[in-house]
Design a protein around this ligand. Structure first.
Ligand SMILES: Nc1ncnc2c1ncn2[C@@H]1O[C@H](COP(=O)(O)OP(=O)(O)OP(=O)(O)O)[C@@H](O)[C@H]1O
Ligand SMILES: [Mg+2]
Length: 269
């Protein structure tokens, strides 16, 4: 039996060990989520399921409501209506900090890394480790290095380099490592490869796969359907503030997804 098979078996056993009722609940479920900004009805009843140990791609045209959906999950926007269930429990995160306490981390398009700070300082920004009133630099450096090593991010020469000196792919890797360092269960990436070249995109997509293999739920937003089909287990298509289709990536293809994005319907195969 190879490693991959062993890991899958272990994941299946661990699911089987869960008490009845819990195992059936996905990590995250949105039901009928609505959000308006003045006259703009951005979300018109979003139903979305995000399981653990899988990559769910959220796709849709510009303005479909992908980023607003993510911001509701992350506690940045309060929904006007609808419900959010976390491991089966109703939750209402009102701030990113409350969402983080549940285990939800978001890596935004613009990354929110500070160029002038080094890798360690960025990964611990706002959550610095303190020992006897002083910053515990050694502990933070060790844990930053350990997280990067666990994620097999090997191209960063030193965690004491300012982030400004890193490549786009390396910066994205730091942002992802920062998101998974805090006992997160769900990592959401909004357009993580938009500004990256081919090799760097591959690096980031491999990293995304590793997160799911470690058991995390991952949501990736991308306009690049080649990337989506390369990395996703499931695909949810948004159009005009709703999820119009959601299911296994293996059950669909690029043409169908494009049709769903543009018309909301897919021709029967
Ligand atoms: N803070 C805001 N105030 C007002 N309107 C907003 C706000 N944020 C988003 N919107 C509107 O909500 C709608 C959905 O936007 P959203 O950012 O979720 O789209 P998206 O699917 O992420 O698109 P893109 O692919 O272009 O990033 C758009 O019409 C947008 O203009
Ligand atoms: Mg967006």
């Amino acid at each position: 039996m190879n490693d991959e098979q062993a890991r899958h078996d272990e994941q299946a056993r661990s699911r089987a060990r869960q008490p009845q009722g819990v195992a059936a609940e996905p990590l995250l479920r949105l039901a009928g989520v609505q959000k308006s900004f003045g006259a703009v009805h951005a979300l018109r009843g979003v139903d979305l399921t995000v399981p653990s140990a899988a990559v769910t791609a959220l796709v849709g045209d510009n303005g479909a409501g992908k980023s607003v959906t993510v911001k509701v999950v992350a506690g940045t926007h309060l929904p006007d209506e609808g419900q959010m269930f976390w491991e089966g429990r109703p939750v209402h995160p009102r701030t990113p900090r409350e969402a983080a306490a549940l285990g939800i981390e978001v890596v935004y398009q613009d990354l929110a890394l500070c160029d002038n700070l080094d890798v360690v300082q960025n990964m611990f920004l706002g959550r610095e480790a303190v020992k006897r009133g002083f910053l515990d630099e050694d502990a933070m450096e060790c844990s930053a290095m350990r997280t990067l090593a666990e994620l097999q991010v090997t191209t960063i020469q030193s965690v004491r380099l300012p982030v400004a000196s890193l490549s786009g792919g390396q910066r994205q890797s730091v942002a992802v490592a920062k998101a998974v360092m805090w006992n997160s269960k769900l990592v959401i990436l909004d357009e993580p490869t938009a500004a990256l070249g081919v090799a760097q995109t591959r690096q980031v997509l491999e990293l995304v796969r590793r997160l799911a293999e470690r058991g995390l739920g991952v949501v990736i937003i991308s306009h690049n359907l080649t990337d989506v089909f390369a990395v996703a287990d499931r695909i949810a298509v948004m159009r005009l503030g709703r999820v119009v289709s959601e299911g296994p990536a293996s059950g669909t293809d690029v043409q169908t997804v494009v049709e769903l994005m543009t018309t909301g319907n897919a021709r029967a195969a």
